[in-house]
Design a protein. Structure first.
Length: 760
């Protein structure tokens, strides 16, 4: 500009032209404003108006020259500088002697001009800055706790076993199989299983007298740790040493242990677990395969009566299995004695299928293609009497059925109850897969940069609040489930006969809760990694496809949740059945006290920050939900039964309600165990971060169930909004520890094997 004071207009002109279009409205505003200024000479006005001529816009070169001139007046380190400040400094650069009398009205004039044009001054300044630090861009990973200490807490007394497995699966031999040939993949998985057997891992849970270590807890830890690697290996391992071997140990007797367990543990006797049938799926009690006893020959004849009674989806059957634990109805002299288990040879040592046995390959599946699932038919296959697994039922010397458990129903459920270990191994395996997905997604989010403040550098996507919202609640939930599954494991290991029904229900529920969480976690992590997450090399494809079936095998999740609900309602009924008049009165009084205490206007509207993150508020809210839903479900079913409905129909009508009973029960268990873990954690750094994770788990669960709490009058809208805000804040606070938190899982890098986090 010929007159230095006119340079003060350059920042506004640049902003006005910066989108390459100066609108007619903007032009008219500028023209009118300039023409009404008496302090401008005719020449000044002409020069200024030439810069806003829409018929002759400034060239890109000219705009760049303007920007470079303006940048001379910009304080690169100031976060508070306004556009008007830059304008005045620009005028003074070429004429420092301009008087304050001229500058003061100019300052207010330019401020008013900015408002007329709708320019947001402090944001506009960033256009001219070479660097720009914001709260979002400055936030970074910074561990506030010892990663090693937290790993110790997670591993507990199983650290030695876990580290042993991690070292084995980190060997070059365990490099992932990349071939799409299903036979190549199956062969590799079998080879890995043999290595694990040679290392003594397969027989861990078996009695010491039969080559094992008598350590079921270690077996669960092995299964979980192997799940950081290839899940086909986990399932093959679980079928061979868990389902096949443990069915012998749980349902058989000493003669079976001596004959089979050592061979099973060394993998010299590959086997199957043949329970599921095409026709009946989860309904084991109604399966149709028969085992007919002939006392003259002291043999059983195993038979598939029709096509839909075939054993389906049997792991180890299509290729490698030589024997199978077959579940069949025991028939003696035409009488059906219910489901029992039998060891049936299906192939010889040279892998030739035995006469009377027909095996089909299930073929390519959605995932787990390293496992040779097959379909088995039996055409009157004869086996000796000693092949009946006879811990709970046997045939005496007279050919008569005997059992220490008189009730057929109780015997059936006792038999299945011994196999509940599978429903502990599967959710722990699923959780490991979720941890793998979270590790990849969170580490990638910390490295991947996208967008950023104008004039500033790109920002890690993990710094974006919505990205945190997507991942942090799943991170918190995975930690919560970890401690809950440790609790379930201990309950199972230290079980008493009187507690078995509760433990079975708890294991069934946690299997559903954990595997559904894994499904959702992997999907969110995949999406959070964008197109990179879609590439098979980054592991999400394998994790997603291989865990998809986790929600339906070892019991369909919805069926299992119904089982949990029925157990909870039975407990509820027993509780009231045993109550005398005084205890029933006390129960009603307690419920009334709860309503008075927590449903008063202060409590329902309390948005105090300390209250919202208070552990007592959390556990009470969870307990309240559990009790209310349980009681309302019981009332609903009673009402349906009283109306004359059959119990089957009543439960069918109330199924959605029953799922909520189970969900509320499991959420309370998970929170309770997380809070107990925090109480016993001694390391202050670990304790503090676990407390934040627990708060996030609790509040995000309350947020998910907000509509229910609103319906019940337990909270008002102002409180549910405050909870949503608290969840956002916790996600932001946990973000700085997110990478250390997934690093505490200590997953071997060779198992993660995702180029998006290893090739940066």
């Amino acid at each position: 500009m010929t007159n230095p004071i006119l340079n003060s207009f350059l920042p506004i002109f640049y902003i006005a032209w910066s989108d390459d279009v100066l609108t007619e409205k903007e032009t008219n505003l500028l023209k009118e404003s300039i023409n009404t200024q008496d302090w401008l000479t005719k020449a000044d006005k002409k020069e200024l108006l030439s810069k806003i001529n829409i018929d002759s816009p400034p060239s890109r070169t000219e705009l760049q020259e303007w920007k470079e001139s303006i940048k001379r007046a910009v304080n690169q380190d100031s976060e508070e500088e306004l556009l008007t400040d830059i304008s005045i400094k620009l005028a003074l650069l070429d004429n420092p002697k301009i008087s304050n009398e001229k500058l003061k009205p100019l300052y207010f004039y330019l401020q008013n001009l900015e408002k007329l044009l709708g320019i947001i001054s402090n944001e506009a300044v960033y256009v001219f800055k070479e660097r720009h630090d914001t709260i979002t861009s400055k936030y970074a990973t910074e561990a506030t706790f010892s990663v090693e200490k937290l790993t110790e807490i997670l591993d507990g007394n199983q650290a030695e076993t876990i580290n042993k497995v991690k070292k084995i699966i980190s060997r070059p031999t365990f490099k992932y199989e990349e071939s799409t040939d299903i036979e190549v993949y199956r062969e590799k998985v079998l080879k890995w299983c043999k290595i694990l057997a040679k290392e003594g891992l397969g027989s861990t849970a078996y009695p010491k007298a039969h080559g094992g270590q008598d350590d079921v807890e270690a077996y669960f830890s092995i299964m979980e740790t192997l799940s950081y690697h290839d899940l086909s290996l986990v399932i093959k391992f679980g079928v061979q040493f868990g389902l096949w071997g443990m069915s012998i140990q749980s349902l058989g007797t000493e003669k079976h242990y001596a004959k089979y367990l050592k061979k099973v543990g060394t993998l010299s006797l590959p086997g199957c677990f043949a329970m599921t049938e095409t026709n009946h799926g989860s309904n084991v009690k109604s399966l149709e395969t028969t085992a007919t006893y002939d006392h003259k020959t002291k043999t059983f004849t195993i038979n598939t009566p029709h096509k839909l009674a075939r054993k389906e989806y049997i792991g180890n059957a299509a290729r490698d299995g030589q024997m199978a634990t077959v579940f069949a109805k025991l028939i003696i002299d035409g009488t059906d004695h219910g489901v029992n288990a039998f060891i049936v040879p299906i192939r010889d040592s040279k892998n030739k299928v035995h006469e009377g046995v027909t095996i089909e390959d299930c073929g390519l599946k959605m995932g787990l293609n390293g496992v040779d699932n097959g379909i088995i038919y039996f055409d009157n296959v004869v086996i000796p009497k000693e092949n009946m697994l006879d811990r709970f039922a046997s045939i005496n010397s007279k050919g008569q059925f005997e059992s220490p458990i008189a009730s057929d129903n109780r015997r059936f459920f006792t038999m299945l109850g011994t196999l509940v270990g599978g429903r502990i191994g599967i959710p722990r395996s699923a959780l490991a897969a979720a941890k793998s997905a979270l590790t990849i997604a969170i580490r990638y989010g910390d490295q991947r940069r996208q967008f950023g403040p104008q004039g500033g550098s790109e920002v890690p996507i993990l710094n974006y609040r919505m990205h945190q919202r997507r991942l942090m609640p799943y991170l918190a939930k995975s930690y919560a489930i970890h401690f809950a599954l440790q609790y379930v494991t201990q309950r199972f290991l230290n079980r008493k006969e009187s507690e078995m029904q509760e433990i079975e229900a708890l294991a069934a529920g946690m299997k559903a809760y954990s595997t559904w969480n894994t499904r959702d976690t992997i999907q969110e992590c995949r999406e959070a990694c964008g197109g990179k997450g879609y590439l098979a090399e980054n592991r999400f494809a394998a994790l997603k496809n291989d865990t998809e079936v986790y929600t339906t095998f070892e019991g369909d999740n919805t069926v299992l949740m119904n089982l949990v609900a029925k157990n909870r309602l039975s407990e509820f009924k027993n509780q009231f059945g045993e109550m005398n008049a005084l205890s029933l009165f006390n129960y009603v009084v307690d419920q009334a006290k709860t309503s008075i205490t927590y449903k008063n206007p202060f409590a329902t509207r309390n948005t105090d920050e300390n209250h919202l993150v208070d552990s007592e508020f959390h556990i009470h809210a969870f307990q309240f939900r559990e009790r209310e839903i349980q009681a309302s479900a019981a009332k609903r079913i009673k009402k349906l039964l009283d109306s004359g409905l059959d119990s089957f129909d009543a439960f069918n009508i109330a199924q959605h309600h029953l799922i909520n009973v189970s969900q509320a029960y499991l959420e309370r268990i998970v929170l309770e165990q997380f809070q107990l873990q925090i109480e016993k954690t001694k390391d202050e750094g670990a304790k503090a971060i676990l407390k934040k994770l627990c708060q996030l788990y609790a509040l995000s669960t309350l947020e998910k169930n907000a509509s229910w709490y609103l319906e019940q009058g337990y909270m008002e809208g102002v409180k549910t909004k405050a909870i949503r805000k608290a969840v956002n804040q916790l996600c932001w606070e946990i973000r700085q520890n997110a990478v250390p938190l997934v690093n505490a899982f200590a997953i071997p890098e060779s198992c993660l094997s995702a180029p998006i986090i290893t090739k940066q």
